[in-house]
Design a binder for this molecule. Structure first.
Ligand code: B16
Ligand code: MG
Length: 216
């Protein structure tokens, strides 16, 4: 039985993954560190701090804690500038329809994001009052692939993990959901190599997939 669907935010509800990429690319270029879209896929679902550590693996010198703090601030400032421009029209295709369908069927919905900017993004999209629960990067100790974010969401919803379905675009997020004992629907190119049953390009057929999971 499916009683709740927990959505990842960046890359599932909205294409902020592209803005993360541009902001990190800017930082990497300034520091003369190699960075491309393939590297960016490794940052999906991973916290800001851990993302920087992954990027700095390509640097030819080491960075002090203070320098790292400064880079993190700069990256977030750049990223927030992109976020300022967000509005309802940036919600990805089929998202609004999916949310409506789930609500009509009495299925609870939540957000499970590693981002500390999640609430700001949701308000920009006009989705602040849409979800039954929101767990974001400010509320967790361990980022994806740790299951904490999704377990906290199911806890807040008061739904058993095995009755939750997670919708994710990141390998780290898929692992997180699997460790939480939840079903996963993978979205987009980054999860193609994972061993999950359901992989989609967008949320178009989510209703049918949830129906299938319910019947199994
Ligand atoms: P912030 P999600 C994640 O969000 C992003 O996928 C990841 O790229 C980012 O580093 C992380 O949030 C932290 O974001 O810098 O805004 O705190 O996909 O879990 O919704
Ligand atoms: Mg994501």
């Amino acid at each position: 039985l499916v009683k709740a669907v927990i959505f990842d935010l960046d890359g599932v509800i909205v294409s902020t993954d592209e803005y993360h990429y541009r902001a990190w690319k800017h930082i990497a270029d300034d520091e003369s560190i190699y960075f491309d879209r393939e590297y960016n896929d490794r940052l999906r679902g991973v916290s800001r701090k851990e993302s920087l550590d992954i990027i700095l693996k390509n640097a030819n010198r080491s960075y002090t804690l203070r320098e790292k703090e400064e880079l993190l601030l700069r990256k977030n400032d750049l990223y927030r500038k992109y976020l300022e421009e967000l509005s309802h029209k940036d919600i990805l295709p089929y998202v609004v329809r999916t949310i409506k369908m789930l609500k009509e069927n009495g299925i609870k919905i939540a957000i499970g994001s590693s981002s500390k900017n999640a609430k700001f993004i949701l308000s920009k999209l006009g989705l602040d009052d849409t979800f039954d629960a929101i767990i974001d990067g400010t509320m967790i100790e361990k980022s994806k692939p740790d299951p904490e974010v999704f377990l906290s969401a199911s806890n807040l919803l008061q739904v058993n993990p095995n009755e939750c379905v997670v919708v994710e675009d990141a390998i780290a997020g898929v692992e997180s959901a699997q460790q939480a004992g939840m079903q996963v629907i993978g979205v987009g190119h980054a999860v193609i190599g994972t061993n999950i049953t359901y992989k989609v390009e967008n949320l178009r057929n989510i209703a049918e997939i949830i129906q299938e999971i319910t019947e199994n």
